[in-house]
Design a protein around this ligand. Structure first.
Ligand code: SF4
Length: 756
């Protein structure tokens, strides 16, 4: 049974998170005088800013700006500036581990491979290949995502592979494919600066994709207007000309009413609709009853502001939409995105400089990580796994019979549910921390405890790895080379700065070695390492929607990134999609989709009258497995607080700093209040980067969007009660977050961690 071998606090003592404040060698000569500067990219959000890492004695000791890189011009946010501190971190896994009754014991790489292969083979022989599932991460370079997808389908033969991008932008991706025929932002980010109007819907842009604000500021500098739609006045709202304080879960009503106004007030671009779209008549009919007054009743946004926003978008031919999880993390996340795209199509605002729609990817390689095969329904090149021609082509590239390729598998949350039901018996996970990031955290822990085998590849022992049987010490991004694709569709090069330390290995190498141990090594022979994997990926993507065939590593270096699709070596790449007048569907048209209103999956009622929404803060990244180990970032935000409006606080008799118990239909947690005027009075907010008793995902629910399978993180009904501060506060904090423990202490030496 994959239960943790020790208590959480004992494991945290050994493996962290501990805080690191200094580069290896301290702040002296080593940090000032590096041996080399390596140009690469920050991986803490989908912007993938250019950065130069300072390297000395095979260790990353600092960074320098990379001013020539065209996206960020040397600018970095707090995460990018401090990210390098995880390189030589004392929590870094240096060898493979095996769970024992007394903790985790060091084992050799060869033994870890053999044991993993033995256990997976036994489970496959007893229950069949679909009793094994694979999880991937969307922060990894694309080559790893590609080879992991191939490994699942060719070496294991399972259909169940999915990734943590399932918790990110899949609603947007599904909507873009349905409407435009392809899953990618339509424009490069600098186009934002050329727009007359930008609608930012459900994006905490300034905290989650901070360098994007530079492009928005440029837009404002030249007179562009900014509309922000969000239940919270996140920092970007300071720059807004119009703020729409939408109630969580009701974005769709606002979009439908805006289109109602656009239709009713003669703002539809008839020629664009006629020549470049299908489906408009049905969409027009579907918004007939959606008056601004009706939408205002549901959403809390004033009718006049809905009309104003619709007119701003409809009266210009340079309007852009920017959106993120705020409209996507819903059981109607796809509908929300479809309705937003309809606004821009109806007004002819797609396919030109300053006109289009863009999704912000939260994960470092959120875009590239979903294009090439670790998504449960796609093969490389963004090909549909159900498409016979796509299957035939990929089978030929991989040298396997088409009929041996599995069909579509379960999505990330569905895999965890199948584990809980006992249908899936084994899990192999790489760079994914579902204990923190999946909804309904107690359910996730229960499920993991039922696994017959659980293997993990990662560079820190994240909270999910507490449940593992075998842990492989994998690689940080700067220990590997490969490619990523930024949120704007630019394929970029990640350069290796240092070797993996100790007995840690490149993740891709581990996967290939594991395939050999499973007897499928003939399909994973890449003598040139990641470069060879990329060359196969280029070929596998050829002719697909995400066509990388014309993008070589040399070109990427020379041109500072190349935008896909890029089908031939002499093709310039495609920064702006649909500029030739054709969308990616076979008929060349955009397919406008009817959307239907429905309630959220966890609605408020008399018992749970408040709406809880979750998200990120600027100092932390995803599940916090990395940023909770970087001292300066932890100091900026050591633990979560619950944001609530003064009006709501007054009804509860709560002041800033008081303690509250938050209860949903699944669980309760105790948390300190932060009283702010920047949130709706019927809504509270908790960031989700922490595990255990501080985990916001203890409270969230597993309702999924039926098409994208994204969980509804943005709406959970809850109630609040003022409570006394928890007893033994300092002990409790250390147990749950590790933030109380600096890295310098060696209190860990008596514990069963033998790789130090
Ligand atoms: S904006 Fe994103 S990619 Fe750029 S430095 Fe910050 S976290 Fe890194």
């Amino acid at each position: 049974m994959a239960t943790p071998p020790l208590s959480v606090d004992r494991l945290a003592e050994v493996f962290g998170p501990h805080r690191n404040y200094e580069p290896p060698g301290g702040w002296g000569d080593a940090a000032r005088r590096p041996d080399a500067l390596v140009k690469t990219h920050c991986s803490f959000c989908g912007m993938q800013c250019g950065i130069q890492l300072k390297v000395r004695d095979n260790r990353v000791v600092g960074f320098e700006p990379w001013e020539a890189f065209p996206f960020n011009h040397g600018m970095l946010c707090p995460k990018g500036v401090k990210r390098y501190l995880q390189g030589a971190h004392p929590d870094r896994l240096l060898s493979c581990l095996q769970r024992t009754d007394a903790g985790f014991a060091k084992i050799s790489y060869e033994r870890a491979l053999a044991e993993t292969a033995r256990r997976l083979t036994a489970i496959r022989d007893q229950y069949g290949p679909d009793a094994i599932a694979v999880y991937g991460g969307a922060s990894m370079v694309t080559e790893k995502a590609y080879v992991l997808g191939k490994f699942a389908r060719v070496a294991l033969g399972t259909k169940h592979i999915d990734y943590n991008g399932r918790l990110c932008m899949v609603s947007a991706g599904t909507a873009y494919k349905l409407t435009f025929g392809v899953d990618r932002a339509t424009n490069p980010w600098p186009d934002l600066a050329t727009a007359d109007v930008v609608l930012i819907a459900g994006s905490n842009t300034a905290e989650c994709a901070p360098i994007t604000t530079y492009h928005l500021w440029q837009c404002r500098e030249r007179g562009g207007r900014l509309i922000v739609m969000d239940p919270r006045m996140t920092p970007i709202t300071r720059n807004a000309d119009l703020y729409l304080p939408v109630r969580p879960g009701t974005d769709l009503a606002v979009f439908l009413a805006m289109l109602h106004v656009i239709v009713g007030d003669g703002l539809v671009r008839d020629a664009f609709i006629r020549d470049r779209t299908t489906g408009f008549e049905a969409v027009r009919a579907s918004v007939a009853e959606w008056t601004p007054a009706r939408a205002a009743e549901i959403s809390g946004v004033r009718p006049d502001d809905i009309v104003k926003a619709a007119h701003w978008i409809g009266e210009t031919d340079r309007a852009m939409g920017l959106h993120a999880r705020g409209i996507e993390h819903h059981s109607k996340g796809v509908e929300n995105c479809l309705a937003m795209l309809n606004l821009f199509l109806a007004t002819g605002n797609v396919g030109r400089e300053g006109a289009g729609c863009m999704m912000i990817t939260g994960q470092g390689n959120g875009q590239g990580g979903r294009e090439h095969g670790q998504k449960c329904d796609q093969l490389p090149g963004m090909r549909d796994i159900r498409d016979p021609a796509a299957r035939q082509y990929i089978a030929s590239v991989w040298g396997v019979p088409e009929e041996s390729l599995p069909g579509p598998g379960k999505s990330a949350v569905e895999i965890m549910e199948a584990i809980h039901r006992g249908e899936i018996k084994a899990l192999l996970s790489m760079c994914f921390n579902p204990v923190v990031s999946l909804p309904d955290a107690a359910f996730t822990r229960e499920a993991l405890s039922k696994l017959e085998f659980f293997g993990i590849i990662d560079f820190f022992l994240c909270e999910t790895a507490h449940h593992a049987d075998i842990v492989f010490a994998g690689s940080l991004q700067e220990e590997d080379e490969g490619t990523v694709c930024s949120a704007e569709g630019r394929v970029q090069k990640i350069n290796k700065a240092v070797d993996p330390p100790g007995d840690a290995r490149s993740d891709a190498l581990i996967i290939c070695d594991l395939a050999r141990a499973l007897g499928r090594g003939q399909h994973f022979d890449y003598p040139g390492g990641t470069r060879d994997i990329y060359e196969e990926l280029r070929l596998a993507s050829r002719g697909g929607l995400a066509d990388y065939y014309g993008i070589t590593w040399d070109r990427i270096e020379r041109e500072l990134g190349v935008f896909w699709p890029c089908p031939t070596l002499d093709h310039p790449g495609t920064p702006r999609l649909f500029a030739d007048g054709r969308f990616a569907h076979a008929d060349g048209k955009a397919h406008m989709q009817v959307t239907e209103w429905r309630e959220s999956g966890d609605p408020a009622d008399a018992t749970y009258p408040i709406l809880l929404t979750t998200g990120r803060v600027v100092s932390h990244y995803l599940s916090g497995a990395q940023t909770r180990r970087i001292g300066p970032l932890v100091d900026q935000c050591p633990e979560p607080r619950l944001e609530l409006h003064p009006a709501l606080a007054a009804t509860l008799g709560v002041a800033d700093g008081d303690w509250l118990e938050v209860t949903t239909r699944r669980a309760a947690l105790v948390i300190q209040a932060m009283v702010v005027r920047t949130i709706r009075p019927d809504t509270v907010f908790i960031p989700y980067h922490w595990p255990g008793q501080r985990s916001a995902n203890r409270l969230t629910h597993r309702t999924l969007d039926p098409r994208s399978k994204i969980p509804e993180f943005k709406v959970s009904a809850c109630r609040l009660e003022k409570v006394a501060p928890p007893l033994e506060l300092s002990t409790w904090r250390r147990e749950e977050t590790g933030w109380g423990a600096p890295a310098s202490g060696d209190q860990r030496s008596d514990l069963p961690r033998s790789d130090r």
